[in-house]
Design a protein around this ligand. Structure first.
Ligand code: ADP
Ligand code: MG
Length: 631
């Protein structure tokens, strides 16, 4: 075939334009793409040779070689894979057949900035060579074809390309990049090696580069005749579980996570079925400093058939498992999958569901282990990541029940490690609800006046102090059929736990106290929605509660702290008619200076006791001082 000049398909021109105009921020990906094509070509040869072993000719060892020529300013990526015929070179390198790419092109909006962003996240394949090259030459011969049937394909990456027949003894393909002015940084063995090990460490075939030696005259390292392997060429996760030692798993974890500490647990599985993939997932021992950044992308690397695709594939893990590190290697996804495509892919959804279940299973195994050491690991895990796992209660309804079992709390029974199941086991005869209180700190929760009656009755109360707890509780209403009940909401109804005697007495007290209550209501009408007597208090004179459906005052405080508007509803003041201070009010008449003062002090103290802030602390201090002076 004589030299022919052919025109690129319109879409290719568009891609080329985008590649050369938008991708300078992440140039090095060209090497990932070209090495992955070389690796694909070898895979294809291996496959075709199953039926036709003669295709191997006299070179059965498949490999990729990468080398450069500093004077000519070229980088060559050479493989001894399947190669291309002239027709194949024209169609594979001149048109885009892949539907994924079409879809991708359709998403482009013609808005330079947005499109650059999109294409930057996208595998751009062969044409990415033009990011750094102003000319690409491909010399190739298909396996099984005669040496005279070689092809040279050349293009400057603009409108067209040339093809001509050449003689080529070796099977396979050379892709030669003629570097643009200013791209000399890639004419460095060190640079090329580091990019290869970053992206291509785990492709299964060897990538070779010339060994270098120091040249005194040139004052630089120069390539030698000897070749060395620059990737590991053995993806750990593709090996069988039984062949991998614990030490190897740990070393691999350190390599991918940059974490010095050993992981708490890991899981390694090959999943077959509708979606085929391998997962190797780790739970770290320590939370990273940026755990709370929910925008931070996940620590799971996505590979497609052992080719690295991206290392922060958040679509593979729910946000609440963002601490998980590891690798997922899919057999189904296209190599050039974009983040957008990942979000929509059904395969990815299946991977995500499967991986979520695996991680939960791994945590359950620790939490429920017969081995105390493993259970300690879970306690450690909970200390580091528990608050993040709680986000799952609201985000992952499908797994809510499993997640609820993994939750651990402080309670009036133990300072940590209490599960719902533990709580339920300790529930009193006749107790129907799981009681909890939310507060800013553990000591505020423990000392809350609202707990007094529960203490007296020996009822356990969960003490919730994580910021995420209130939010979590807006998604979780029960465990094992037992409703969750805040002790700071509504009236206490201990139901069957309160005996008739007590109830009658409480009613009698309330009746007798009614006139004073009315006076209190009047005195506090601007601050309290209602004032009522309660049996929930034993040692304290008063406490603040909210109505069942209202936002807890703890949550209202959290919202205020984060600068959000909290509903301006007034709380309810509950008073302990048996308390000396309250009894003293009973004897005073309203309007008497100190009745109103005392009423406000009572209210302010109730607020303070539950960790709230006074709107006017100075007024409170003045009132107390007046009282002290009068006494
Ligand atoms: P993809 O690899 O996703 O198919 P690319 O743009 O990277 O897309 O490559 C386009 C096509 O060019 C490949 O599908 C393959 O048919 C052909 N090709 C590219 N590089 C080689 C190579 N080194 N050997 C054989 N064929 C190749
Ligand atoms: Mg490719």
């Amino acid at each position: 075939m004589d030299k022919q000049t052919l025109s690129f398909q319109a879409e290719v021109k568009q891609i080329l334009h985008l590649v050369t105009h938008s991708l300078y921020s992440n140039k090095e990906i060209f090497l990932r793409e070209l090495v992955s094509n070389a690796s694909d070509a070898c895979d294809k040869l291996r496959f075709e040779a199953l039926d036709k072993p003669e295709l191997f000719e006299d070179a059965p060892n498949l490999e990729v070689r990468v080398f450069f020529d500093a004077e000519k300013k070229t980088i060559t990526i050479r493989d001894n894979g399947i190669g291309m015929s002239a027709d194949e070179a024209v169609s594979h390198l001149g048109t885009i057949a892949k539907s994924g790419t079409r879809e991708f092109m359709n998403k482009l909006e013609g808005d330079q900035k947005k499109d650059a962003n999109l294409i930057g996240q996208f595998g751009v394949g062969f044409y990415s060579g033009f990011i750094v090259a102003d000319r690409m030459t491909v010399e190739t011969r298909r396996a099984g074809a005669k040496p005279e049937e070689g092809v040279r394909w050349t293009s400057e990456g603009t409108g067209d390309f040339e093809v001509e027949t050449i003689t080529r003894a070796e099977r396979g393909t050379d892709v030669i990049l003629h570097l643009r002015e200013g791209e000399e940084e890639f004419l460095s063995a060190w640079k090329l090696k580091s990019v290869i090990s970053k992206y291509s460490d785990h492709i299964s075939l060897p990538v070779l580069m010339p060994k270098t030696k120091w040249d005194d005259e040139k004052k630089d390292t120069v390539p030698t005749e000897e070749w060395e392997m620059v990737n590991k060429a053995a993806a750990l996760w593709t090996r069988s579980k039984s062949d991998i030692t614990d030490t190897e798993y740990q070393a691999f974890y350190k390599q991918i996570s940059y974490d010095q500490e050993a992981p708490l647990a890991y899981t390694h599985n090959r999943v077959e079925g509708r979606s085929e993939y391998t997962q190797l997932l780790y739970v770290p021992a320590k939370a990273p400093f940026d755990l709370w950044n929910r925008d931070k992308r996940g620590g799971v690397k996505l590979y497609v058939k052992r080719v690295f695709i991206m290392d922060d594939a958040e679509a593979l893990m729910p946000v609440y498992l963002r601490f998980v590190k590891g690798v997922i290697d899919s057999a189904d996804l296209p190599l050039n999958v974009s983040r957008e495509l990942l979000q929509e892919s059904r395969d990815v959804k299946a991977i995500r569901e499967g991986s979520t279940k695996r991680v939960l299973g791994m945590l359950e195994a620790l939490a429920d282990s017969d081995n105390a050491e493993e259970r300690d690991k879970y306690a450690k895990f909970w200390g580091e990541f528990g608050a993040v796992l709680k986000e799952g209660i609201g985000e992952d309804h499908a797994n809510q029940e499993r997640l609820a079992k993994l939750l651990r709390f402080a309670s009036t029974h133990a300072d940590s490690g209490v599960s719902f199941a533990d709580y339920v086991k300790r529930m009193k005869e006749g107790q129907e609800e799981i009681y909890y209180i939310t507060a800013d700190t553990l000591s505020a929760a423990k000392n809350s006046p609202q707990l007094e009656i529960f203490r007296k009755k020996g009822l356990e109360v969960l003490l919730l102090t994580d910021r995420v707890d209130e939010w979590m509780l807006s998604h979780l209403f029960e465990f094992d059929g037992k409703p969750l009940q805040s002790v700071a909401k509504g009236g206490v109804d201990l139901g069957k736990l309160q005996d008739e005697e007590e109830k009658k007495q409480a009613e009698a007290t309330a009746e007798a106290f009614k006139p004073t209550l009315d006076k209190l209501k009047e005195a506090l009408k601007d601050r309290a929605k209602d004032v009522r007597t309660t049996t929930r208090l034993v040692d304290s004179p008063a406490c603040i509660v909210v109505e069942e459906g209202d936002m807890s005052s703890h949550l209202a405080r959290l919202l205020k702290q984060s600068g959000q508007a909290a509903p301006a509803g007034k709380p309810i003041l509950e008073v302990n008619a048996e308390h000396a201070l309250v009894k003293r009010l009973d004897g005073m008449s309203q309007g008497e200076g100190s009745f109103d003062e005392l009423a406000h002090i009572l209210f302010d103290q109730a607020l303070l006791a539950e960790g709230g802030q006074l709107e006017d602390p100075a007024a409170y201090v003045a009132r107390v001082n007046r009282l002290l002076v009068a006494a």
